[in-house]
Design a protein around this ligand. Sequence first.
Ligand SMILES: Nc1nc2c(ncn2[C@@H]2O[C@H](COP(=O)(O)OP(=O)(O)OP(=O)(O)O)[C@@H](O)[C@H]2O)c(=O)[nH]1
Ligand SMILES: [Mg+2]
Ligand SMILES: [Zn+2]
Length: 310
Amino acid sequence: MIDKGLVLYGNGVDYTVIIDGKEVIARLRGKLLYTTKRSHHPVCSGDYVRLIKEKDDYQIAEILPRKNKISRPSNYQIRKEQVIAANIDYLFLIVSVYSPRFNPGFIDRLLVFSDMQQIETIIVVNKVDLGVSDYELNCIEGYKKIGYKVIGTSTVDKTNLDKIEELTSGHITAFIGNSGVGKSSILNSIDPNVMQKVNETSTYSLKGKHTTKQSRLFPIKNGGYIMDTPGIREFGLWSIAWDELKNYFPEIHALSGNCKFHNCLHKTEPGCAVREAAENGDIPDFRYENYLRIQQNLYENRNIYFKKDE
Ligand SMILES: Nc1nc2c(ncn2[C@@H]2O[C@H](COP(=O)(O)OP(=O)(O)OP(=O)(O)O)[C@@H](O)[C@H]2O)c(=O)[nH]1
Ligand SMILES: [Mg+2]
Ligand SMILES: [Zn+2]
């Protein structure tokens, strides 16, 4: 018997897969363990898999093609990728005000990545109960002006949690962001059953703080699935050529037709419409600065991170 299932979570050996609303444990078939040598774990949360049932045991026989994936270099080997999530309808990039610090450099790297992967991304600014500074407000306005959806939330006074619930309904959504911004707290506020499940299977750290250790997709009472992911410290862009970055800042890309040179990199070229727009305030200056910074960084690391033939 062969069934198509959705992977909720796994540890590299056993995976919890949902088929027809029922959760089962499945193991990887031996040969699948060796097929993806460049990947840290071949199967991840959000993967659709084909299962074979032998007596009462389920085996994962095949991973179905992914429509997208969120990955980063594994901690151990830069050329190996670690896939955090697959087949995401919406990415919720969760950041916070005050602490952890609001960091547009981090946000912009993630937005470049999600644009490359064509994953629609919503920026959630959590902990607004702590107050939003002028600087944070200015950046938020900048993102909105470009066209990103930005939602300010608080799990303390329940600000806009109904909006998150509404937007996640019926979709597969991943929550991603730095450790401590409140990903798990938001998830738990939307569906309190979720944390109960987590507490059954994981332990609190010594500080009594609950830190998410692995990606896990949760069926939510609104009919959607939300993936809680471990906090990421940095997000390195590693699969992008430095001279193609310009295509993944939508507001920069939109203006590039007005530059004097068709291959303008929007640095110091004469007649650059993008630089002019940044000087006039037509595009947010922090975005333009981050663009230049990321481009420089990709250029300096071009031989480490990216080879066109791979
Ligand atoms: N003031 C305030 N604190 C919050 C809010 N949401 C979460 N917190 C606190 O922020 C801390 C971290 O919350 P978590 O939900 O564990 O954060 P996380 O993003 O899941 O962190 P990792 O699992 O480590 O990636 C906890 O102490 C929460 O109580 C909020 O809206 N306002
Ligand atoms: Mg967490
Ligand atoms: Zn230009």
